[in-house]
Design a protein around this ligand. Structure first.
Ligand code: FAD
Length: 465
């Protein structure tokens, strides 16, 4: 049995863990990172990156198919396209593999020692890792738990055969003819829309009365319209009940209590993700929990001295950039810096068609605060750039305090608005007022002008509407 000691041990090399380890290494902290799978975690291997690759391929395919249908007004004539999903997946894998090497290289450059294998706690400061060459014991002054999350499995629809999670959906070699998606959250809709664009007949089964229920109805309206255009059927208030005996249909209880069958050759279950807190000795150390998640304070400290936790294992929002921000902060704290972070400014993006971006407070959340608020909303139908890219459906909305015009929240829905998220995050981080956005010269023609116009609208003098 080999033994090593280090100042900082990071368990899990997802976006939280690897960023934490790199930053700690940059600061000269003697750091070891343990990873059971490939560097980059869920995000890089089976999450953010592969899903966006597939979504991009689906968009390209659908665009060409639309042109081939002769209904596109651009005057471009093409033959009907075909899609070899296996090749698309191989292209996606090549991107993942390049980024895997990139993360491994960055860890090496920061002088972080990587140990490959499954880590199990012996006690709060010691883990054992089963590596290919035997058991490695690692003792550390400080431990960061960054073990991430896994898809939730429904007991009456266990994964296997036609029932798949997002992980398998990203590695299919053929487009399903009929795809049932259980769960109309962001992962289900991003993937469901992508497969619909690739030619699958998609049905989304959602138990709540709305899909994308965390967003307000006005924001999701353009996405619902697009789902309809893509022929995606959405069953609301409907409960998935199991797999048909032949395995060729999803059994559903509809909103009015009737039994129904949704024919499907694949059933994608996207009903949430659970923190990875079991099966690796965490039970040995008595950390406080917040529900299933590890409870942390504002500096990601757990209830046990010397143990931090970051990323999905610590709860919502389960987002890669939140995990990274926590990882960077914890590395700096371990290196002796004073650090904190403002979680109110974390933007969230839903890469549906069109895309949704939210940052800060929604109008409803802002209205719940004491005092009046002002809301400015600008439609992309009045934005030249959006018109020229055939993306008129959607808008930017700015929510601010009425008394001092402090911006509290920003939302957008529209084609390509994910790229506006940086501006939204910066605005909130800087504590801007409506006048700051309105007074910033935005380049023309861009969709960013919609952001400026929304602030002008809240101030009562929009120029282009
Ligand atoms: P993870 O990325 O889950 O990494 C944890 C790592 O720890 C894993 O590699 C695991 O192998 C390792 N590990 C666990 N236990 C042990 C152990 N005992 N020993 C050794 N290693 C261990 N987020 C976004 O921000 N934007 C998106 O567009 C987005 N799209 C997504 C799409 C899909 C389909 C999915 C599934 C997720 C998506 N997410 C997205 C969420 C994002 O992937 C997660 O929020 C993010 O990966 C969390 O990072 P993490 O570091 O906490 O954990």
């Amino acid at each position: 049995m080999k033994e090593i000691s280090c100042k900082l041990l990071v368990i899990g090399a997802g976006p939280g863990g690897y960023v934490c380890a790199i930053r700690a290494g940059q600061l000269g902290v003697d750091t070891v990172i343990v990873e059971a799978g490939k560097p980059g975690g869920t995000c890089l291997n089976v999450g953010c990156i592969p899903s966006k690759a597939l979504i991009h391929a689906a968009e390209e395919f659908e665009k060409i198919a639309h042109m081939a249908g002769g209904k596109d007004p651009l005057g471009i004539k093409v033959a009907a396209p075909t899609l070899e999903l296996a090749k698309t997946v191989a292209w996606k894998d090549s991107i993942v593999s390049r980024l895997n090497s990139g993360v491994a290289g960055l860890l090496k450059k920061a002088k972080v020692k990587t140990v490959q294998g499954w880590a199990t706690f012996r006690d709060g400061k010691t883990v054992e890792v089963e590596t290919e060459t035997g058991t490695q014991v690692i003792r550390a002054e400080t431990v960061v738990i960054a073990t991430g999350s896994a898809p939730v499995e429904l007991p009456f629809l266990p994964f296997g055969g036609p029932v798949i999670s997002s992980t398998e959906a990203l590695a299919l070699s053929e487009v399903p003819k009929k795809l049932a998606v259980v769960g109309g959250g962001y992962i289900g809709l991003e993937l469901g829309m992508a497969f619909a664009k690739m030619g699958a007949k998609v049905t989304v089964v959602e138990a709540l009365p709305r899909v994308l229920a965390q967003y307000d109805a006005e924001l999701t309206r353009p996405v619902l319209k697009r789902l309809g255009e893509l022929g995606v059927e959405v069953m609301l208030g409907a409960k998935a009940k199991g797999l048909s005996t032949k395995g060729d249909a999803l059994l559903v209880e509809t909103a009015d209590g009737k039994n129904a069958k949704v024919a499907a050759d694949r059933i994608l279950v996207t009903v949430g993700r659970k923190p990875l807190t079991e099966g690796w000795g965490l039970e040995q150390i008595d950390l406080d929990r917040a529900g299933k998640f590890i409870r942390i304070d504002d500096q990601c400290r757990t209830s046990m001295r010397g143990i931090h936790a970051i990323g999905d294992v610590t709860g919502e929002p389960m987002l890669a950039h939140r995990a990274m921000a926590q990882g960077e902060m914890v590395a700096e704290i371990v290196a002796g810096h004073k650090r904190s972070w403002d979680k109110r400014t974390i933007p969230a993006i839903c890469f549906t068609d069109p895309e949704l971006v939210t940052a800060g407070l929604s109008p409803e959340e802002a209205k719940a605060l004491p005092g009046e608020i002002k809301i400015g909303q600008f439609p992309f139908a009045a934005n030249g750039r959006a018109m020229t890219r055939q993306g008129e459906d959607g808008f930017v909305r700015v929510v601010a305090r009425a008394d001092n015009h402090l911006v509290l929240g920003i939302q957008a829905v529209g084609q390509g608005v994910s790229e506006l998220s940086a501006a939204f995050g910066l605005a909130l981080e800087m504590g801007v007022r409506l006048e700051d956005i309105a007074g910033t010269i935005h380049a023309h023609p861009t969709q960013g002008e919609g952001f400026q116009e929304a602030a002008l609208k809240a101030l009562g003098h929009a120029l282009h509407i």
